[in-house]
Design a binder for this molecule. Structure first.
Ligand SMILES: [Ca+2]
Length: 225
């Protein structure tokens, strides 16, 4: 009798554990979001292409801590001449919980003054209405020329559910006509909308957890019979 009560208690505790595990939020390690595309209303200078700021070209690895080579026209982007401020949009290719980004400001063989300085970072789920979030930067540092390569500025903030990120560029580090940057990489995990959770009635949701208890009860009754 004592033993069967012990078994029943263990079964109940196991059921509680199952309930507890089911209630835990799914946590995944944030990593570089791949497949991001970029566009801008600031145009493109010469043969520079804004695609080369999100595809990893120029980085020594596809990571958020990589170094970027001193840029040339083939691996970074500059705005059209005279369009030093404007909007840069990033399409993440899906809904993510964005928790930060790494940013490699403009550094080419000529200068770093084209780098973005004043910026507003906003987010969107539909690509048309954008909202701000706490903890995002309002200024990017001017790239340093003290090392052979370009290290990123790494920003992190509370996860924001978004499919699009917008940089609104308000100034650069001194070039009157051109603004650009070498690369950006966003950090996040695929966002799982809460609506995916099965909408079962409350008692139904407990069924898997209560099953061990029910089985033990049935076994006890079978032993008594
Ligand atoms: Ca690049």
């Amino acid at each position: 009798m004592v033993f069967s009560r012990y078994i029943a208690t263990r079964g109940f505790l196991a059921a509680l554990t199952v309930v507890g595990l089911a209630a835990l939020p799914q946590t995944a390690q944030a990593q570089r979001i791949s497949g991001v595309t970029a566009s801008s209303n600031m145009g493109s200078f010469s043969s520079t292409n804004i695609a080369n700021t999100v595809n990893g070209v120029g980085l020594d690895s596809l990571s958020l801590t990589a170094n970027h080579a001193v840029a040339n026209f083939g691996d970074y982007w500059l705005s059209s001449f005279g369009a030093a401020t404007g909007i840069i949009d990033f399409d993440l290719g899906g809904l993510y919980d964005v928790s930060g980004f790494s940013f490699w400001n403009a550094r080419d063989v000529v200068q770093t003054e084209t780098g973005i300085r004043g910026v507003a970072v906003t987010f969107s789920t539909n690509g048309s209405s954008f909202f701000s979030a706490l903890g995002t930067p309002t200024e990017f540092a001017q790239a340093t020329t003290s090392s052979a390569t370009n290290a990123p500025e790494i920003f992190s903030f509370s996860p924001v559910s978004a499919s699009y990120v917008r940089f609104t560029v308000t100034s650069n580090w001194g070039n009157p006509n051109l603004t650009g940057f070498n690369e950006v990489g966003f950090s996040g995990t695929v966002s799982t909308p809460s609506s995916v959770t099965p909408e079962l009635p409350g008692a139904m949701q407990l069924l898997p957890a209560l099953l061990p208890v029910a089985l033990i009860g049935a076994r006890k009754r079978f032993k008594k019979a």
